[in-house]
Structures are given as structure tokens and as C-alpha cells.
Write a protein that binds this ligand. Sequence first.
Ligand SMILES: [Zn+2]
Length: 252
Amino acid sequence: MNDGISILMYHQVGEFASMPTHRSTYCHVRRFRAQMAWLHRLRFHVLRMDEVLAALRGERPIPTRAVAVTFDDGYENFYEYAYPVLQRYGFPAMVYLISAHIGQPAQWFAADGRETPLLMSGERVRQLRTAGVDFGAHGARHIRLADLDLETARKDIVDSRAQLQSLLGEEIRHFCYPYGSHNAAVVELVRQAGFVTGVSCQRGAATADFDALALPRKAISYGDNLVGFFWKLAMKDEPKGEAVILQPIRGG
Ligand SMILES: [Zn+2]
């Protein structure tokens, strides 16, 4: 038995003066450096999402202290701040891209009166892919899929996969629900589109009890010092919202 896999969720990593709101979507690079250094020192096993899936399916053992490091939205600051740290330790990373917003400012920030950070260009994405970074889809337009009619949701999901496959010239297998918004119908659309994993913002460790298309994650927040970070790594489940568990990986 083990405690499953902690799929860590980051958004922006960089230098931020203070962060009164939206704290779960920022991580100061100083803290990120310390978090990765301790994962390395304590011999955590940092897995690719393909490896997460294989382990949850029982095709390979789930290592002890297993984590995956994921980044939502594909900010240019990933390249500037997070990537050099990951590279230092040889850690793999999964970055979920918004396929129709590549190279643009993250316009949804403007709705909150916040500055709009830049999302990575196609050139940057290809450069990082060559360097070994994994990329998955985060919708074409970054909209709440569970709020859409099914046909619009289906198109957004299918478009995101097609656009990224054309950008990278390879199969895109992993999906991340924008804002964590999903329900049973949306999960089925993602499965039908050809994705093999989907991650949400539901909190907890990923185990074979979950549908691979609706895996929980652990958000690392601006306020998390090392104690908070390791507390999140250790926890198996936090109180769940509406869990979407449709086809558990482990039967029965
Ligand atoms: Zn997002």
C-alpha cells in the first residue's frame, strides 16, 4: 500500500511583491527553489504524467514519495523561473497550454483588474519540448467547460488537442480542466477526444480509485512555506467538493 501520487499544481512562478488575492495561483521563485531542492534531497520520485498513468493502472509500481509537477496556463515565467530549477534536478514537468492563446497575454486577468502576464509563444513551447518538458491541453479558450452546452464544450476540447498536436507534431495525451470545471459529461468528452488523463483542482492524492480522466491535485500556494508544502505532500485527502469518479482505474 502507499498513499498514491501527489500531483502538484502550480500556475505562475516568479518574483511577486505581495499577493493579497488569488494566492493559490502564484508561487515565489524563492519558495519554488526550496520546494524542489527538498524533493531532491528527500529523494522524491518525480514522475511524468505518462508514468503517473502507468503506475495508477498497475503497469508499474507506484514509487514511495511519488509526485508529479504540473503548471497550468503556460506562462512565459515558467521558462524564466521554474524551468531552470527543474532542470537543475532533472525533474520532469507537465505544462498545460491554452491552445488558442499561445503567445498572447492571459486576458482573463483583466476581468479582475490584474496585469495580464504573457503566455509562452509557439516557438518557446517547441524549444522547451525539445528540452524534454511535457505539454498537455488546458482547453482552446480557457473557459469553464461544465458551464457550456455539450457541443461547444466538445469543440473546445477537440480543438485544443488538434491545435497543440499541430504545434508540436506529436500526440497530446493529457488534459487539464480550466478552473477545474468538469462534470460527468465533460469528462466523457475529454475521454472521447482521445486524452488518457485529466486533472482537476479537486484536492488530494491521485490513486487508482479515481477515474484517470478526473485526477485530483494539490495546489501549492503563495502562502505555503516548507511546512505547508510538506503537509500538502503528506495529506491523502482534503474534504472533497463534488468528486467526479466515473471509471475507477482499479476495477470494482
Ligand atoms: Zn487555467
